[in-house]
Design a binder for this molecule. Structure first.
Ligand SMILES: C[S@@+](CC[C@H](N)C(=O)[O-])C[C@H]1O[C@@H](n2cnc3c(N)ncnc32)[C@H](O)[C@@H]1O
Length: 237
């Protein structure tokens, strides 16, 4: 297969319903035509994560290894250089697939990637991934779950686990309840409440609670960062 010809492939974009929460709650961040030109700045996405972007990106990617073999799925685009770093780790013969429901986000990602990157972009809703079961060796979901209402979050997790092969892993990075004396536990709550209302679900519940039946605690490894404000879960499939 000609990797060069396949690189930066973007499957034909088609009209697809924008999820209600994305249109209503996150239009300003992802849907509006000016959103990309405003938010696509490394310093800004780093600021939004209180200076932790690189740390969390690298913690997520470290779970996949320095060289990532086989087929990898990234569920949803990310502002900043997350996908460039992931693509750079893809081992020879490997492949990265990235899905997002918004054409504007997929076009922006395509522009950020090298023409030689072994990456294919797909327009899919994370709640209905158009891949066969067990298609991927690993999958990664970076700060998507907190943006979704519980039903969509649950279905996203179900889909991500469905498409990972037995023996593979699913890596999740997202918000988490900060420790009791963490100032952001008190200062950041009203901001999240106003701008990202579903995010506080991740302060009140464990991600485990939205996983499909049959996933046991023994399959999950959890680590928190920055005084507990962030978490990484690695689920062995
Ligand atoms: C990964 S999340 C947030 C990442 C991070 N906050 C950042 O700085 O980009 C943002 C992406 O998720 C996408 N998204 C939201 N809901 C989705 C869904 N149901 N299916 C696929 N993509 C979705 C949005 O279009 C957007 O590109």
């Amino acid at each position: 297969m000609n990797v060069k010809a396949e690189s930066k492939a973007l499957e034909p974009l088609r009209p697809q319903a924008v999820p209600g929460y994305l249109q209503e709650t996150y239009w300003w961040a992802y849907v509006h035509p000016n959103a990309v030109s405003f938010f696509e700045r490394q310093w800004l996405v780093n600021l939004i994560l209180w200076g932790n972007f690189a740390r969390l990106r690298d913690a997520a990617l470290a779970e996949l290894g320095r060289e990532v073999p086989g087929r990898t799925l990234q569920v949803a685009c990310v502002y900043g250089n997350f996908t460039e770093h992931l693509a750079a780790r893809v081992a020879p013969g490997g492949q990265l697939d990235v899905v997002d429901v918004l054409p504007i986000q997929l076009r922006n990602l395509r522009q950020k990637l090298s023409p030689l990157a072994p990456v294919t972009l797909h327009q899919y809703d994370s709640t209905a991934l158009g891949f066969e079961g067990a298609s991927f060796d690993q999958a990664i979901v970076f700060f998507l779950l907190h943006e979704q209402p519980a039903a969509a979050r649950r279905q996203t997790l179900r889909e991500a686990l469905r498409v990972v092969k037995p023996g593979g892993k699913l890596v999740l990075v997202d918000y988490h309840l900060p420790r009791r004396l963490h100032p952001l536990r008190y200062l950041f709550r009203p901001v999240l409440h106003a701008l990202e209302p579903f995010a506080l679900d991740l302060w009140r519940h464990e991600i485990m609670e939205w996983l499909p039946e049959g996933v046991s605690a023994a399959q999950i490894r959890k680590q928190t960062y920055y005084g507990g404000l962030y978490q990484k879960l690695v689920i062995s499939v």
